[in-house]
Each structure stands twice: as structure tokens, then as C-alpha cells.
Ligand binder design. Structure first.
Ligand code: ASP
Length: 345
């Protein structure tokens, strides 16, 4: 259709015998009509095959946990399987760029967190523009973070932790999921506010980073409750605080970093779902509707509540709301990142 439409007028007005012009014009018009109806038909029948959801971090990490949780009920609502593809690397920016380049037909969608609003300030050369290269399906869930240490870390309280870090400095390792990941951002804000410079160790996601923490290969990790609540409850890690300004119902005995002296320390990880720019509106509407069904699924609601994660109100699971939130977050994090002197690449 894209080819036929622009040449149609010239085919109809070209000089030559009337009959030949009429046949050419009719054929081109028919072609355009078929192509248009074919596109409209494809949109109306969407989805006719599996949909791929790109996840920008390694399997087993918090983003992957949310993705696999909602993929099943989304697939049921769409009538097609929603396949998860972990496209890792560069703090989630590789998957974002892959989404921006994908066919805008609804068969590639992307679940990412607030990294969409911090990456532009952390990377000089970003292979995508968060506000130009995507369509917006909807906001998803807000997830708090927790500051953890390996189980045998030699500090029993937040005060002892700060003293230890000031004494040991870069002998202490702080794991993260790469430049632009929220574990990276949380860790850097933590170091900036405590006034220490630790050795940061990047992984392809906080799934592998957590394995290293559990294995004692790294000392600290700031990670989302979607992965950490069960490990904290099973005392497999040490927890020093949560990154919300209020205590979490699932972890009532874990103080906030704010109440322990890091005044105003707040990182709550919002998530959005995206599609490539140009994905047709009827397709986006179906994807937003399926996401709303998934977020109202009783199993999903219960599991995310148990993990101290707040599903957004259903009136935020739409294009306008996600785009507005992304714009406000981009405006918010730029100054914070610059002020903290955080610069990745
Ligand atoms: N959410 C990422 C993951 O699932 C980790 C991060 O952004 O820090 O691995």
C-alpha cells in the first residue's frame, strides 16, 4: 500500500490511449484497495500469531518476574501466546533499541522500567528516543527496592554499615544490572548520599547479580522487592532498608533508608509497556486491553501484593497515561542524575 498510494495519481493521469489509462488506473486503485483492506483486515484479526514481549534483563530478575507473571493472562486475553525474549545488555538500552527497530505490527512489545527515563542522561549515544521511537501501551506496576548485603557481611545495622563502608571504601563491591539499570541508579544515589565510592560490579540483570550475592562473590546489591522479598523472609541475605518513604507491608520490620538518616532517599521503580512507533491504534488498543485484563487477574494481583508491588490503577493502563508519566519522569531524573554527578558513558 505504501508503494501504490503515491503513484496512483500519476497512473491515472498519465498520457496515452484512454483505454490503457483507464485499465492502469483501475488496476492501481484495486491494488490500493486490496492493500488497504489487507492492512485493515490484519489489524482487525490481530493477533494471528504469538506476540513477543522483550524483557531487557536476564531471566529470573525482577523485570523478568513481572513479565512472565503478566504474559500468561495477557496471552489468554489476546487468544495467542505471549512469548518472553530476554534481550539483555547495557542497562536495558539494547532491548529498547531493538524494540524501536522492530516491525510496528503489534507482534513485538517491550516491558521496561524507569530506565526509560534515566538512560538519556546516562548514555551519550542512545540508539533510541524514548519520546519519538515508541507507541505506549500502558503503565504497569510500581516496585520498591531494598538495600541488601551478603548474609555474612560484617555489619549488623545501618549505622555499622555506613562506618564499615567509610573505612573500607572501594574494597567493598556493589553489584548492579548495568549502567542505566535501577540497581545501578539506586547504588550510585546511595554512594553519593553516604559519601563513599564502592567498586561497582555489573551483571546482565539482578537475577545473576543476586546469585553472586547469595554466593558471597559480591558484598552489596540494591534490588527490587519482586525478587528480594522471599530471600529476605528466608534470611538468605542481610537487609539494611527499603527505598520507599514508608515501610512495606510485606517487610514491616525493615526500616526505610529515609528513617535511618538518608533523608528523602526514595526510588520506586515504575514500569511501562511499549511498542514500536507506528504500531496501529486498533492493535495498541487490543494490547492495552489485554494488559488491563492481566493486571486484574486475581493470581497476578495477589502475587504482586505479596511482593510489595503496587499495580497501577486501571485508568493508567493506556497510551496517554504512560506517555505523560514518562515525560514527567524524564523531567525529574535529569537534574537528580546531574546533581549526583552520575555519568555512565
Ligand atoms: N530490573 C532489572 C532486572 O530485572 C534490574 C535493574 O534494573 O536493576 O534485572
Amino acid at each position: 500500500m505504501a508503494f501504490v498510494a503515491p503513484v496512483l495519481p500519476s497512473l491515472c493521469s498519465a498520457r496515452g490511449p484512454l483505454v490503457r489509462r483507464a485499465v492502469r488506473c483501475l488496476a492501481a486503485g484495486l491494488g490500493l484497495a486490496l492493500a488497504t483492506s489487507g492492512t485493515a483486515l490484519a489489524q482487525a484479526n490481530f493477533p494471528e500469531r504469538a506476540v513477543t514481549m522483550l524483557v531487557p534483563f536476564a531471566a529470573g530478575g525482577p523485570t523478568d518476574v513481572v513479565a512472565r507473571m503478566i504474559a500468561v493472562p495477557m496471552g489468554k486475553a489476546l487468544g495467542q501466546t505471549v512469548l518472553i525474549e530476554n534481550a539483555v545488555g547495557a542497562g536495558g538500552t539494547i532491548a529498547a533499541a531493538k524494540t524501536a527497530r522492530a516491525q510496528p505490527n503489534g507482534y513485538t512489545i517491550f516491558l521496561h522500567h524507569m530506565g526509560m527515563s534515566t538512560a538519556p542522561y546516562l548514555y551519550k549515544k542512545l540508539q533510541f528516543d524514548p519520546l519519538k521511537d515508541f507507541e505506549y501501551i500502558g503503565q504497569v506496576v510500581d516496585v520498591p527496592m531494598t538495600l541488601l548485603a551478603r548474609k555474612d557481611f560484617p555489619a549488623a545495622s545501618f549505622a555499622e554499615l555506613q562506618s564499615y563502608l567509610k573505612a573500607q571504601g572501594n574494597k567493598v563491591s556493589l553489584a548492579n544490572a548495568g549502567l542505566g539499570a535501577v540497581s545501578h541508579l539506586c547504588g550510585l544515589l546511595f554512594m553519593s548520599q553516604v559519601g563513599v565510592d564502592l567498586t561497582t560490579v555489573p551483571f546482565s540483570g539482578t537475577g545473576p547479580a543476586m546469585n553472586a550475592l547469595l554466593g558471597g562473590q559480591v558484598d552489596l546489591l540494591c534490588d527490587q522487592t519482586t525478587q528480594t522479598v522471599p530471600l529476605i523472609k528466608d534470611a538468605r541475605v542481610k537487609v539494611f532498608g527499603v527505598t520507599t518513604l514508608h515501610r512495606l507491608s510485606a517487610l514491616p520490620n525493615v526500616p526505610t533508608l529515609d528513617e535511618q538518616g538518608l533523608k528523602g532517599f526514595e526510588v520506586k521503580v515504575w514500569h511501562g509497556m511499549y511498542a514500536p512507533k507506528g504500531t496501529p491504534a486498533p492493535v495498541l488498543d487490543k494490547l492495552s486491553a489485554a494488559l488491563r485484563v492481566a493486571l486484574q487477574d486475581p493470581v497476578v494481583k495477589q502475587r504482586l501484593a505479596d511482593l510489595s508491588s503496587d499495580i497501577v490503577p486501571m485508568d493508567k493502563v493506556n497510551a496517554a497515561s504512560l506517555r505523560a508519566h514518562l515525560e514527567s519522569e524524564l523531567a525529574k531524573w535529569g537534574p537528580v542524575i546531574k546533581k549526583a554527578g552520575i555519568y555512565a558513558d
